[in-house]
Design a protein around this ligand. Structure first.
Ligand code: SF4
Length: 408
């Protein structure tokens, strides 16, 4: 049976720009947003023909859709109707498909929510970041704690069963006490899923530049140091675990049976196709897999000759280098399976890895795995490998240690 594909739709519009963010998103007028939706439509249309052209397998069956951003909840009911029309003409959506909307609290109109519910949206991810008003305001979020709580209640009353709350450890003005307050509020809200991130400040963001220059306008001096944020992350793991919201990935926690099906596809290396600005895709092909990405330049995305599609845009991007779509080779696919799988608490099943890639690549990696295990960062048995709690805290270090060995 052909495995259904996951669909990602990027909506790079925000009502205000967060101080730490330099993501390809921005504040644009209604005209630009409408132009974008039309481009998206063109990109979705005809995508199967293009997949065939580069030898990638793009099933019609879709079982997850994820609207990410940016703040996709800013699109109108009519714009969502149009996107779903295009999706349904190009794909067969499973009746129980998981359909997620990323949403900034207070930025989802009633009419849009009603339309999305009609279209089958059943999961909302709220970018709360902190339940402390001072902390949210310091990074440019426009909501208050009271608004976040009201929004969760509203979504839940409207019948949205799956609700996620994003939290960030390490925000300006955050203290151990205020962090624990936010984690406890998220638990008390009864949502089924909580994501916990460490603050990542892009050095080209307003906060990033100010941290380098030691300024005070964006609260750079009030950003806690990384070690404290890492401690708070660990506290969140403990608090959430004790409340039955189990960690299943480095940044993700869910009540039993409520993991994000779409995001699991990324970590399990299952196929997904992305549409819109800076959207990435990975599809299976005869050679193994192909990966491609859209431009992150909005003018270029909107200005491409029609009809745009991810494959053409990628080739456009890569013409300057080698003019090829990125074919994932066998050893690269092995590394991806290993590193993505290690992000999950369940880790990597070695028999599955051997079944896909044979024993040779695993044996080559064994000395590095043993070294990382001896440092207390990895559990290694004859059937499975997984990060220890300490390993999850320094996962990037673990991955680079394994990569250095693989490259040697
Ligand atoms: S963090 Fe999210 S909401 Fe904030 S500016 Fe970046 S994309 Fe927009």
């Amino acid at each position: 049976m052909v495995e259904p594909v996951g669909v990602y739709i990027s909506v790079p519009f925000c009502k205000a720009k967060c101080t730490f963010c330099n993501f390809a998103s921005g504040v644009f007028g209604a005209g630009r947003m409408q132009q974008y939706v039309e481009r998206l439509g063109g990109e979705i249309r005809g995508v199967h023909a293009e997949a065939g052209r580069i030898g990638a397998s793009l099933p019609r069956a879709v079982d997850t859709i994820y609207f990410g951003g940016g703040t996709p909840s800013l699109l109108s009911a009519q714009q969502f109707r149009r996107i779903f029309q295009e999706l349904r003409s190009e794909f067969d959506l499973a009746t129980d498909a998981e359909i997620t909307l990323e949403c900034a609290p207070g930025q989802l109109a009633d009419e849009t929510l009603d339309e999305l519910l009609r279209q089958g949206m059943n999961r909302i991810s709220f970018g709360v970041q902190s339940f402390m008003d001072q902390e949210a305001a310091a990074v440019g979020r426009l909501h208050t704690r009271a608004q976040c709580e009201a929004e969760i209640t509203r979504a839940s009353a409207a019948g949205v069963r799956e609700i996620n709350v994003d939290l960030i450890a390490g925000l300006p003005h955050q203290t151990e006490q205020s962090w624990q307050y936010s984690v406890r509020q998220a638990i008390a809200s009864g949502v089924s899923h909580i994501s916990v991130y460490l603050l990542e400040v892009d050095e080209d963001s307003r906060l990033g530049r100010e941290m380098l220059e030691q300024g005070s306008r964006y609260s750079a001096m009030a950003v806690p140091d990384e070690d404290r944020a890492a401690e708070w992350y660990q506290q969140a793991c403990d608090l959430l675990g004790a409340a039955g919201v189990q960690q299943y990935e480095i940044s993700n926690f869910a009540r039993p049976g409520h993991c994000s099906r779409h995001n699991l596809k990324y970590w399990r290396r299952q196929p997904y196709v992305g549409f819109g600005l800076d959207a990435h895709s990975m599809l299976l092909a005869d050679e193994g897999a192909v990966r491609f990405a859209n431009t992150s330049d909005l003018d270029r995305y909107l200005g491409e000759e029609s009809p745009p599609n991810p494959f053409r845009l990628l080739e456009f991007e890569r013409d300057a280098t080698d003019g090829e779509v990125d074919i994932v080779g066998r050893s690269e696919a092995f590394e991806e399976s290993l590193f993505l799988g290690l992000r999950l608490n369940e880790g990597v099943d070695l028999s599955v890895l051997r079944g896909q890639f044979g024993d040779g690549l695993l044996q080559d990696t064994m000395p590095a795995l043993v070294e990382v295990r001896d440092a207390g960062l990895l559990e290694l048995s004859s059937v499975r490998i997984r990060l220890t709690p300490k390993g999850r805290l320094v996962s990037n270090e673990v991955f680079s240690r394994l990569l250095i060995h693989a490259a040697a």
